[in-house]
Write a protein that binds this ligand. Structure first.
Ligand code: HPA
Ligand code: ZN
Length: 359
């Protein structure tokens, strides 16, 4: 018999919040550092993993920037992207929208072209060989200056065809979205979509700013929206997606435990919430591990999983036809899944026929 666990494993999924540098597993970190003749301050993979103890966002970011210093050549960016895509292929992810942090590399003298070319070629290969569709989103590090972000935007212009949008990440507190108004205005003018991390460590006010001053299409994290009823009402009315990252939120102590996470509360209130991994090599899992953990902690049922996946398909930056194809694929999957005889008791199905049983 199927369980909600097998549903999570088998259902076609989309990921909308993943920092590619945060998918760098220690094994690959060692391999690339050796290849580039660099030394790491660690002797073993176990030692690296032991160092992954975070108390807040900044304590993570310090280690995350340190780890990505091994990335120097186009091949390195290709390999890290390819490794992530192989992982998610095994998890039935059919579409992914990937962040990268160009400034974390250009500051070390790595050309913008090297970074984006390596990532782009891995995305192309995964599309051809694995059937995974993808988009690329360039993030500005918000603790750096607005001038640096503007310079990075200009570096991206020759690669506009490869990059769907711009985002905002790194240390949130003290760096409100409004700091980046001119850069986002220019990005919009150049045809990029916009997103921003907001309401992860920062207040609901930062979500307002991202929406109203940066014209974002999605909010990354956004879990602090619940502090502001007027904001929640707007997010629901306009179905503005929130890319929530449950394991990340616990590792960075946004919530004390997964059982205290507000994902289910937000989903039930009608918000367009999605489940994502953020930095899977650092936070204990890829998208399936996030779904599994949060399902268990919050007792999510089949219907919740279906809605979370449906939200993520609706929230993609694919065109209308591509989006509809994904949604059709989901409906087809669900109807086959039901036919296979999930549960016998008719009373446990909702009005669409999806099972409501909890495992
Ligand atoms: N928050 C902000 N910046 C980041 C994150 C995050 O969760 N992951 C990588 N950069
Ligand atoms: Zn993030």
């Amino acid at each position: 018999m199927h369980t909600v666990k097998t549903l999570i494993r088998d259902i076609p999924k989309a990921e909308l919040h993943i920092h590619i540098e945060g998918s760098l597993e220690p094994e690959l970190m060692f391999k690339i550092s050796r290849r580039n003749g660099l030394s790491l301050p660690f002797h073993s993979v176990e030692e690296v993993r032991k160092a992954y103890k975070f108390t807040n966002l900044q304590s993570f970011l310090d280690i995350y920037y340190e780890g990505m210093r091994v990335l120097r050549q186009e091949q390195d960016f290709y390999d890290i992207t390819r490794a992530y895509l192989e992982r998610i292929h095994a998890q039935n992810v059919c579409h992914t929208e990937i962040f990268f942090d160009p400034q974390a590399h250009t500051v070390r003298g790595i050309p913008f072209e090297t970074i984006v070319t390596g990532i782009h070629h891995a995305l192309l290969d995964a599309q051809q060989q694995r059937g995974i569709s993808s988009k690329l989103i360039m993030c500005f590090q918000r603790y750096l200056s607005v001038e640096s972000a503007m310079e990075t935007l200009h570096q991206a212009l020759p690669f506009r065809e490869w990059i769907i949008g711009v985002g905002l990440d790194s240390s949130e507190l003290g760096h409100p979205p409004e700091k980046f108004i001119p850069v986002f205005a220019k990005a919009l003018e150049e045809g990029f979509l916009t997103v921003a991390h907001a309401g992860e460590e920062g207040p609901a006010e930062y979500i307002w700013q991202a929406l109203e001053k940066l014209k974002v299409s999605r909010i990354d994290h956004g879990v602090h929206c619940v502090e502001d009823a007027r904001l929640v009402k707007k997010l629901i009315a306009e179905q503005i997606p929130l890319t929530v990252c449950p394991l990340s939120n616990v590792k960075l102590r946004i919530f004390n435990a997964l059982s205290e996470h507000n994902l289910k509360q937000m989903l039930d209130s009608g918000l367009c919430v999605t489940v994502n991994s953020d930095d899977p090599a650092y936070f204990g899992g890829y998208i399936t591990e996030n779904f599994m953990a949060v399902q268990e902690a919050l007792n999510l049922d089949h219907n919740d999983i279906y809605h979370l996946v449906k939200n993520s398909f609706q929230a993609t930056f694919l065109n209308k036809k591509e989006k509809q194809d994904l949604l059709d694929r989901l409906e087809k999957f669900m109807s086959q899944y039901k036919q296979k005889g999930l549960v016998k008791d008719k009373d446990t199905f909702d009005r669409r026929g999806y099972p409501l049983l909890k495992i």
